[in-house]
Design a protein around this ligand. Structure first.
Ligand code: F6P
Length: 332
């Protein structure tokens, strides 16, 4: 039944990128198969509930956060072309003792509050070039999303899918029952127009006025200034919400809000914002902090830097940026 689709190995063989980069992608994809197995078993694999620890960002860790972080870290540390890794669950970067090759950052289990309710979760990754001839340090990770040589995610949902960009466009693979990835979506393109937005509406009172104005205009529907009815979706796992945007268009918004005015946003730049931005831009969409500033142009100051996120269908991101209430979609 799956014979008609090329495998991930077939696809990688045809890519005009260094062999070492293909080895890194293959290692991540293989570990995502293992993670999919643990996610699928849930309580049977002892994977539900809290770990009883907090990460460096003071967030409660789920058992599955810890398990998947260990799994991917071990896999990448054993992967020859990887010089260092960094993740949401690590205090500091972890060098492998090798030089050259690649740096990988990842969120091993995005949307982990979904795990206990059997809703979609995912793994997000970003690959950067490592410095030659010396051990990498954290500053080597802080070079901006444009320098990514590859990015992607696995989403563990109704189907388990891997979505990837290397040198060209965005491709999607579906996992079969034997643990092989098949190229089911060879050229993912985000439609320029949409009538669907994703935002955590419960934060409305905390947003900047322009964000409230944009959403209010959408909610006003056909008789409002936008002249069309909008639909809203919120899975509460960035990986699943962005996957929907890649599959059928839409905008995904996680803006700055006034509860923590000194923080640009909730989401993390290196292993959430930047890899998703590369995928969205390569698929023809726009990925910004405020409707205008490309996420890929933001230079992080540390491994766990935060960013505001407004990404998705290009014309709708322009509408977000052009909200008449002014250009105060962010705090600065
Ligand atoms: O990583 C943070 C995250 O879980 C994202 O995956 C998701 O989009 C967001 O937080 C959900 O936020 P909230 O708790 O506001 O719904």
């Amino acid at each position: 039944m799956t014979a008609a689709y090329p495998t991930l190995d077939d696809h990688l063989a045809g890519q005009d990128v260094p062999e070492a980069l293909k080895v890194v992608v293959a290692a991540i994809a293989t570990e995502c198969v293992a993670i999919a197995g643990v996610v699928r078993l849930g309580g049977l694999a002892g994977a539900l509930g809290l770990a009883g620890t907090a990460n460096v960002q003071d967030e409660e860790q789920k058992k599955l956060d810890v398990m998947t972080n260990d799994m991917l870290t071990e896999r990448l540390k054993a992967c020859q072309p990887v010089a260092a890794v960094g993740s949401e669950e690590m205090d500091l970067i972890e060098p492998t003792g090798r030089t050259g090759g690649y740096l990988v950052t990842f969120d091993p289990l995005d949307g982990s509050s979904n795990i206990d309710i059997n809703a979609p979760v995912g793994t997000i990754f970003s690959i950067l070039p490592a410095p030659e001839g010396r051990a990498p340090v954290e500053a080597d990770f802080l070079i901006g999303g444009r320098k990514q040589v590859g990015a992607g995610y696995a989403v563990y949902g109704a189907q388990t899918m891997l979505v990837l960009t290397l040198s060209g466009g965005v491709t999607g693979f579906t996992l079969d029952a034997q643990g092989r990835w098949h190229l089911t979506n060879p050229d993912i393109v985000v439609p320029a127009d949409t009538k669907e937005f994703a935002i955590n509406m419960s934060n409305r009172r905390h947003w900047a006025p322009a964000v409230r104005a944009y959403i209010d205009d959408c909610l006003a529907g056909k008789t409002g200034p936008r002249g069309k009815d909008f639909n809203m979706r919120w899975v509460a796992a960035m990986v699943a919400d962005v996957h929907r945007v890649l599959m059928r268009g839409g905008v995904f918004l996680y803006p700055w809000d006034q509860r923590e005015p000194d923080r640009p946003g909730k989401l993390r730049l290196l292993y959430e914002g930047a890899p998703m931005a590369l995928l969205i831009e390569r698929a023809g969409g726009k990925a910004t902090t405020d409707g205008v500033t490309p996420i890929l142009d933001v230079i992080p100051r540390n491994l766990h830097e935060r960013c505001a996120v407004a990404l998705g269908s290009a014309n709708e991101i322009d509408a977000y940026a052009g909200t008449p209430a002014g250009n105060d979609l962010r705090q600065v």
